[in-house]
Design a protein around this ligand. Structure first.
Ligand SMILES: Cc1cc2nc3c(=O)[nH]c(=O)nc-3n(C[C@H](O)[C@H](O)[C@H](O)COP(=O)(O)OP(=O)(O)OC[C@H]3O[C@@H](n4cnc5c(N)ncnc54)[C@H](O)[C@@H]3O)c2cc1C
Length: 379
């Protein structure tokens, strides 16, 4: 049997695409095979992102904030996000939500299997798994099959351990999310804490670094414990959930269209913003664009717009500044938050500013390191 679509990888991007296809009347009856080696039954990650309006996943938003806090040695800023809301979704709620919705459709097949290869011809693409081979008109891939080589010369890693803790006494202001607290030691590279309270007694606390290598697990644990005790002044708490993640912040090129009729989505398609690691919202925009093309019978292969090429250049420039150690992440983000409104920063980081607004943000940074890195990033 030849499917209309195969979705190889049913994580954030695969399931987001599936959900959008199933919500589209002219696409919802297409034959679809979804392949993943995992059943998506674990709460393996928490997604935070910002958006202006209630989004498609509003019903599963776990917590949200209209005020965020930024802390550094020379800055302590608590700001209203204006039109934006910063939101949190738990991975397991997202997987359950989409998989439950998908149950209504009989034209879907889910296969738990490992993808080992993807081939293509002019009219179709074939996914090879451990158990078989499956053909479709288009394959949407989010496995790392075609990912570029990540190394210490072309990439930083954003690595973090997060604990959702429950405290005995009220300890948080659930209206304020701490986006970045750079007051922690920077000895292992750019390092900050997130504190995202979902109630007065519950918060996700994440020890996050941008550096070339990950740390020993006990270091993350030590730093989380220290921050909770010394900075948050919390003695009595339990850890309700733990997550660990490594996100590439890379100059390497993630192919969007590695083979004919094969479309990479998610991190594999280059939708992780290299300068911040944020991916969730870029995935949502990308799958909407794919569905828009499919609806009108166009190829789902996305061409990067001029503006998006510019944003990727900005991202590469920042990575080059950090890789060359011309400035630290702490310095870059402190300057950015000192000199610009959070509303502008969020618009900029979600690729939603005008060139004029970009120039105003660029003016906040020291010219020399950014000019050199900018030229280097043109390659
Ligand atoms: C712990 C963690 C927290 C994060 N937090 C945020 C956040 O707050 N905000 C944000 O914007 N981004 C965040 N990210 C980054 C990004 O949003 C996620 O990594 C997101 O899940 C990427 O979506 P994806 O579809 O590309 O990959 P995934 O969600 O990882 O999906 C890939 C799927 O492919 C499957 N797969 C892989 N290889 C194979 C194979 N060979 N055969 C079969 N199946 C395979 C996997 O099982 C998985 O289900 C986080 C990442 C992590 C790891």
């Amino acid at each position: 049997m030849k499917y209309d679509f195969i979705i190889a990888g049913a994580g954030c991007s695969g399931l987001s695409l599936l959900y959008r296809i199933l919500q589209t009347p002219c696409l919802q009856n297409k034959s679809i095979l979804v392949i993943d080696n995992d059943q998506k039954k674990n709460n393996d990650r928490t997604w935070c992102f910002w958006e202006k309006d209630p989004g498609s996943f509003e019903s599963i938003v776990y917590a949200k904030w209209n005020t965020l806090e930024f802390i550094s040695d020379t800055l302590n800023k608590k700001v209203n996000l204006g039109p934006y809301t910063y939101k949190m979704i738990q991975g397991i709620h997202f997987y359950n939500f989409v998989l439950e919705y998908a149950k209504k459709f009989k034209n879907l097949v889910f296969l738990q299997d490992s993808v080992t290869g993807i081939d293509s011809t002019i009219n179709e693409a074939t996914v090879i798994t451990k158990k078989g081979a499956y053909t479709a008109k288009y394959v949407f891939n989010s496995t790392n099959l075609f990912n570029p080589k990540i190394n210490k010369k072309n990439s930083l890693l954003q690595h973090f351990k997060g604990w959702k803790i429950k405290t005995v006494d009220p300890s948080f202001n659930s209206k304020v999310g701490r986006l970045m607290d750079f007051s922690v030691s920077q000895e292992n590279g750019t390092t900050f804490m997130y504190v995202l309270p979902s109630s007065s007694t519950e918060a996700l606390i994440e020890y996050t670094l941008f550096s070339k290598s990950i740390l020993k697990q006990e270091t993350y644990v030590k730093e989380l414990k220290k921050y909770i005790k010394d900075v948050l002044k919390i003695e009595n708490y339990t850890i309700e959930h733990e997550e660990f993640g490594v996100i590439p912040m890379s100059l390497a090129k993630f192919e969007q269209n590695p083979k004919l009729n094969v479309i990479n989505i998610g991190t594999s398609g280059g939708y992780t913003k290299a300068s911040t690691g944020y991916t969730f919202q870029f995935i949502q925009k990308n799958v909407l664009d794919i569905v828009k093309n499919l609806k009108t019978g166009k190829s789902p292969v996305q061409k990067l717009s001029f503006k998006n090429k510019i944003y990727r250049w900005y991202d590469r420039t920042l990575i080059n500044v950090l890789l060359a150690k011309k400035m630290t992440g702490k310095e870059v983000f402190t300057v950015m938050f000192k000199k610009n409104s959070v509303k502008k920063i969020l618009a900029f980081l979600s690729n939603e500013t005008t060139i004029y607004e970009d120039i105003l943000i660029m003016k906040s940074f020291p010219k020399f390191p950014f000019l050199i890195a900018g030229i280097k990033s043109l390659k």
